[in-house]
Design a protein around this ligand. Structure first.
Ligand SMILES: [Zn+2]
Length: 301
């Protein structure tokens, strides 16, 4: 069974944000990706092999999930045009968490779409607090100024056109990580697929004594909640796992030949395996809490 699995967790590529040297001097143009379709009306237009920017064609304007780096925004703009859409039609930008690799593009794309009158920016209240605290931070995870116009409420889905997006607060990577769940239907065949994006799978902030975890105010209790949430959500039926970083499902090395072939991404194990792998990565670091720990879904080497 294992050998037929295309998608699995692989160590991050650290293209942009996590290494200062790469961030300031790396050649982002050496690590580009074309736009590729992951669902009937969903594409990754991030344009790079590190962080995803998902475009949803709602039929009543465009919605983005995350916005990528400042330095790769030109790729996002190009990829949106390349699949026949216009960035001017973006009406909502849903951010998974406050970190710069997901949010730096938000203000730039919002301006391109006509400013805040035309284009909303969504974030959790928890991460907006962190965003405000660190708004002047110019370290590698720097955030460009952006103003949040809407906050998620997990009891009220975000609706636009054909999409109804349920959100779920998933603290761990940051206190305000938000995950997204929705269905998408292919009009030609009538086929409906269940899609999901977990907003923060980076476990480093949850390691005991992690400096980044401290600055994010992530406690061991939050780490244990992350583990519990992941193991619970892993059982939820998801047909297409939209990983927020490409390494989380090893997409870069598993691109479909036909970039329009979204069915390539239907894999009932992918969501489950990613969440269990990330939970186990945290569990391994807390042997007192998880004395019987054993890896069941290890990283892809
Ligand atoms: Zn992050």
């Amino acid at each position: 069974m294992t050998e037929t699995k295309r998608f699995g967790y692989k160590k991050p590529k650290y293209r942009y944000g996590n290494s200062i040297r790469d961030y300031f001097t790396g050649n982002s143009w050496d690590h580009t990706e074309p736009a590729y379709r992951v669902g009937p009306h969903v594409w990754n237009v991030g344009g790079n092999d590190d962080v995803a920017v998902y475009l949803l064609d709602t039929g009543e304007g465009l919605m983005l999930i995350d916005s990528g780096y400042e330095q790769s925004v030109y790729l996002v703009v190009d990829r949106i045009y390349s699949i026949g859409f216009k960035p001017q039609d973006i009406r909502k930008i849903l951010l998974s968490h406050w970190h710069g690799d997901h949010t730096q593009g938000a203000r730039l794309l919002q301006e391109l779409a006509g400013g805040r009158e035309k284009c909303e920016i969504w974030l959790s209240r928890e991460d907006e607090a962190m965003h405000q605290k660190t708004a002047m931070n110019t370290k590698p995870f720097s955030v460009l100024p952006y103003e949040v116009t809407n906050f998620y409420d997990d009891n009220t889905p975000v609706k636009m056109g054909r999409f109804t997006i349920r959100t779920k607060l998933c603290p761990g990577h940051t206190l305000g990580v938000t995950s997204f769940f929705f269905e998408d239907t292919d009009e030609e065949t009538g086929e409906t697929v269940r899609m999901a994006m977990h907003g923060g799978m980076g476990t480093g902030t949850m390691y005991p004594g992690s400096a980044m975890g401290k600055s994010e105010e992530v406690t061991p209790e939050i780490a244990f909640r992350f583990v519990k949430d992941c193991l619970e959500m892993a059982e939820w039926p998801v047909d297409i796992n939209m990983s927020s970083h490409l390494n989380q499902t090893n997409v870069d090395e598993n691109m479909p030949e036909d970039l329009n072939n979204w069915r390539w991404f239907i894999a009932d194990y992918s969501w489950h395996d990613m969440l269990v792998n990330r939970a186990e990565d945290v569990m391994e670091k807390y042997p007192e809490q998880y004395p019987d720990f054993k890896w069941t879904v290890p990283n892809i080497q």
